[in-house]
Ligand binder design. Structure first.
Ligand code: ATR
Length: 286
């Protein structure tokens, strides 16, 4: 029946790059669930109204993306322990008007790193960015006992805040740096794994990169959480230099599957989700 269709959606700005509706709708269809997933562009200044609208329209589940992941926390009724620790939410479930926030980004990223055969123990990790995604990813990375985590960010104070938060929760050595050429060079020289957790390079700005090619080195593993395009400029440069790369697809699908389970209580069909995402991203060839 149409009137009892459960609606889930993504809120963010920009959202033009997203493939979340494709992968969730493919999963709902595969399992025969009466759910529909939409994407809404919500400006930073309209977040409060959007959340009120979620309650008013009884929307079942939400994904939250740039730039709302941190800000949205204050509009929620409850926040799960992991999201609380991270300080950012990418998934919300609406239980009879009570909104509870979760974060599936960090776990999704860690699963992707492991699936790609990288063992974080005693490794040096450089994380570019200090926003919601960087918070989630770094909080899960420190659980695996790397020897050091460096947060590099355009705005130093955001990097300092994240490094301080991490230090409170782990014994892993965490430091903060500005994203300038000197710090990039210093951090890349010592790092084993570099992860771009900013939106730099995302469609439509596909020629941008957070780390200029000249600073990359061959024995570095490079991961980009940007999944559209699948081969970002950063990853293309990395391949040319001979680095091993991890694209954003596995993290995207893993975090989506975890969100799906939170909304529906049902295990997500990961393979169907990945196939749907790949189909659309490869067709776009962005
Ligand atoms: P998300 O929730 O996806 O992490 P966010 O919280 O808005 O989004 O964070 C975006 C991150 O990308 C931030 O680290 C931001 O840096 P600032 O803290 O300086 O804002 C980073 N970022 C966005 N655009 C950038 C750019 N053009 N160059 C470098 N960093 C950028």
């Amino acid at each position: 029946m149409v009137y009892d269709t459960r609606v889930c959606c993504l809120i963010g700005d920009p959202i033009e790059h997203t493939v979340s509706p494709i992968i969730h709708n493919a999963a709902f269809q595969k399992l025969g669930l009466n759910y529909l997933y939409l994407a809404f562009k919500v400006k930073k200044s309209m977040l409060k109204e959007a959340i009120e609208g979620i309650k008013a329209l009884n929307i079942k589940g939400l994904n939250v993306t740039i730039p709302h992941k941190i800000e949205v926390v204050k509009y929620l009724n409850e926040v799960d322990e992991i999201a609380e620790r991270i300080g950012a939410v990418n998934t919300i479930v609406n239980k009879d008007g009570v909104l509870k926030g979760y974060n599936t980004d960090g776990e999704g990223a860690l699963m992707a790193i492991k699936e790609n055969g990288f063992n974080l123990k005693n490794k040096i990790v450089a994380i570019v960015g200090a926003g919601g995604a960087a918070r989630a990813v770094s909080h899960f990375i420190v659980l695996e006992n790397p020897s050091k985590v460096t947060i590099l960010n355009r705005t130093l104070e955001n990097a300092i805040k994240l490094a301080e938060d991490l230090r409170k929760k782990t014994k892993v050595y965490c430091e903060a740096k500005t994203l300038d050429t000197y710090s990039i060079k210093e951090s890349v020289t010592e790092a084993d794994l570099l992860i771009n957790c900013t939106s730099v390079g995302m469609y439509p700005d596909v020629e941008k990169t957070p780390i200029p090619k000249d600073y990359l080195k061959k024995d570095l593993v490079i991961m980009d959480i940007v999944y559209n395009p699948l081969q970002t400029r950063l990853l293309r440069d990395a391949v040319e230099i001979g680095c091993k790369i991890i694209n954003g697809l596995d993290m995207l699908v893993n975090q989506a599957a975890l969100s799906f389970k939170i909304w529906t209580g049902i295990e997500a069909p990961l393979d169907i989700m990945k196939k749907a995402a790949l189909e659309v991203l490869e067709k776009k060839r962005l």
